[in-house]
Design a protein around this ligand. Sequence first.
Ligand code: AMP
Length: 396
Amino acid sequence: MIRRLSELDVRGKRVLVRVDFNVPLAEDGTVRDDTRIRGALPTIRAILEREGIPILMSHLGRPKGTPMAQFSLRPVAQHLAALIGTTVHFAPDCIGHVATATVSQARPNEVVLLENLRFHPGEEENDRDFAASLAQLGDAYVNDAFGAAHRAHASISALAENFVGRRAMGLLMEREIQYLSQVFAAPRRPFVAIIGGAKISDKIRVLENLLQHADFVLIGGGMANTFLAAQGRNIGESIVDERFIELAHSLYAQYATKLYLPIDAVLSDELNDSAITTTLNTQDIPPDTELKILDIGPETVQSYRDIIQTAELVVWNGPMGVFEFKPFRAGTLGIATSVAEATARGATTIVGGGDSIAALTLAGVADQITHVSTGGGATLEYLEGKVLPGIAALEE
Ligand code: AMP
């Protein structure tokens, strides 16, 4: 059982909240994209409304265990104060008397943000003593950092052990688990998974897991090439991972009825916005060509769309082509639009991965998806079927 935030006693309590404020900063030190800060606002507000004092903790970048000015969370404190409209006390160290003093200044309806956890080596080492120092600052613990839940770090794992019976998932974490768990626990059917992206090595475990649970698995992007090569197709100079050809071959044999590969492709020998392209059936790519497969073709888009239109649950991760360049964008945009159509029809649609989310924005359908997962690496590991340390640590 994992306690929900609404079930945690926070009134008058100092509530340690692990958030994911690992945001990009501009050269002048201001916050360049505050999506992650906004993502934590519902949890922070819920604690404030119930008269708790949120003590926020996060990492930022990779300072590798020592204080580094360019990774300070101070600018985030200012940004957060403007967003939430209340005082945000900034503690220039996340543990010790500096932190204790800052926390003791905070009054009801105020917030504390602790300095970057990774300024101490204990954070990434999941060190118990470091976790115990953090634990002294709070009466209860909430983890709302789904994007960091795949890391067994002190603020995510060891810290939770100090709060048996006094720990809960935040609202963002709850939403991620609520949607992503549908993939494995009695998914609505037909369940269609769409997997793309550059490298088969990054996604092979996700793919194997989804093949077991989904009714249709549609493959695109660079990773499709390894499957096409395993089918004996010519793929020219396309990216391919020879190490996975055998596995791709056996997966295709085992799951022939549910695994779909591109039937046509957009090819080119150049990668830019004015590249000259050729569209070919994937059976007709000549041997010894110097062309590369850089997008799925229009017939593939249409056939994938037909399948997506039957779905009750859709999970999509990874672009169908090199969508950063206009000539190779149509496949990814076509899938984005089809997934949005499925949502409108009443299907549950879940999209994860930075590139797929960027594609939703490009296609103008980012608000037409049931759940856009912000987890990145955590989302992928969840879809691999792994138990995430940050989720396991919350179990009672
Ligand atoms: P990933 O991070 O694994 O989701 O991969 C995303 C990247 O895959 C994007 O930058 C795309 O440009 C790239 N990609 C998609 N399709 C292809 C392809 N056919 N060949 C090479 N790269 C691709």
